[in-house]
Design a protein around this ligand. Structure first.
Ligand SMILES: Nc1ncnc2c1ncn2[C@@H]1O[C@H](COP(=O)(O)OP(=O)(O)OP(=O)(O)O)[C@@H](O)[C@H]1O
Ligand SMILES: [Mg+2]
Length: 332
């Protein structure tokens, strides 16, 4: 049932939710001229108007349903850019050990690769290990064995602060801490003591640019998060993740707790981000229609194992595996 009165839970400042753990370890961004910098420039646009450039604009063009079309004539980026592996997951195994329970293998030798600047959709029935997988990618959970590679480098070798800045996460339920929208959105940059997020005038400009990026009005920035609707709160969570200028965004069913119209609005802004930036998305969803609308690539996870990976449309219309077909028909 749709809960139109849903209010996001507000955390006490300092409460260590996974969201804040994920955000709180953000480290200074040193690259300066990479993709994150370009995205940051767009986000910090004072007017919040159309970003000053479109990254890979010629390579990625979607119709209203999210279909990725043919490269346009103006394509300037190298064709291989979109096929580069951004995140590689190699024989990842996660064995959970709950106190008083025998160890349980949640992910078993999961291997796949996520192309750069795409929306990579992870599908699978409840309990198949999707959230565990996302948490292993940004090390909210430490895998028992195997490796996760970011731009070919094992994430286990990265300072966790750098990893959490480069790989952002948005959870199913927006967990914002008590305070204003601006405080929440600028949480990461302020933690890193970035001048633009500390000095009042530039902080407001930065926050407004981020809010605009997710389709929220600038005057929301002074509002208490307790006054937000569920859909607004989720978009604030997204803006907060973007404030860290991530290269990869992990999205764990970010619209599952929203009503259909709020969900569509979040989807629309995700698609816009995918079109206008070179962010790589790993998007977990239960909703096959949503996956069809926004996904480029898909992976089906079942009982902690990869069943099939491929271009989303092919996987959905002509799956190789019988298990995939049964899943898509709702028979599993
Ligand atoms: N620490 C843990 N100890 C034991 N079992 C765990 C632990 N964490 C998760 N699990 C179990 O692992 C399985 C996978 O959980 P996970 O949350 O990753 O599934 P999911 O695919 O995200 O499910 P859903 O679609 O319902 O969100 C579940 O059966 C869950 O109960
Ligand atoms: Mg889950």
């Amino acid at each position: 049932m749709v809960d139109l009165n849903h209010r996001p839970p507000a955390c006490k400042a300092g409460a260590l939710t996974p969201e804040l753990i994920a955000l709180g370890n953000a480290a200074p961004h040193r690259r300066g001229h990479g993709s994150g910098h370009r995205l940051y420039k767009a986000l910090a646009s004072p007017t919040g108007a159309s970003p000053p450039y479109r990254v890979y604009a010629g390579l990625r063009s979607r119709d209203a349903t999210g279909t990725v079309g043919q490269p346009s004539q103006q394509s300037a980026a190298p064709a291989q850019a979109v096929s580069d592996t951004k995140v590689g997951v190699v024989r990842l195994t996660y064995v959970a050990a709950r106190k008083g329970e025998p160890p349980r293998t949640i992910l078993s030798e999961v291997t796949f690769s996520v192309p750069q600047a795409r929306i990579f959709t992870v599908l699978g029935p409840s309990g198949s290990g999707k959230s565990t997988l996302l948490r292993c990618i940004n090390r909210l959970l430490e895998p028992t064995s195997g490796s996760v590679l970011l731009d070919g480098q094992p994430v286990s070798g990265l300072p966790v602060q750098e990893l959490r800045r480069r790989v952002g996460m948005v959870f199913q339920t927006p967990a914002l801490f008590d305070g204003t929208v601006l405080d929440n959105v600028l949480y990461g940059p302020r933690l890193r003591k970035e001048a633009a997020a500390v000095e009042p005038a530039s902080a407001r400009e930065l926050a407004c640019g981020l809010l605009h990026r997710v389709g929220l009005p600038e005057d929301l920035s002074d509002k208490s998060v307790a006054e937000l609707s569920g859909g607004e709160a989720q978009r604030v969570s997204l803006a907060r993740a973007l404030a860290n200028r991530p290269e990869v965004l992990l999205l764990d069913e970010p619209t599952a707790s929203l009503d259909p119209s709020a969900s569509m609005r979040v989807e629309r802004h995700l698609l816009q981000l995918a079109d206008e930036t070179d962010l790589t998305f790993i998007f977990v969803t239960h909703n096959l229609e949503q996956a069809r609308r926004i996904g480029d690539e898909a992976l089906l996870l079942m009982d902690g194992r990869v069943v099939e990976q491929g271009p989303l449309r092919e996987l959905m219309s002509d799956p190789e595996k019988e298990t995939t077909r049964l899943f898509l028909e709702g028979k599993l």
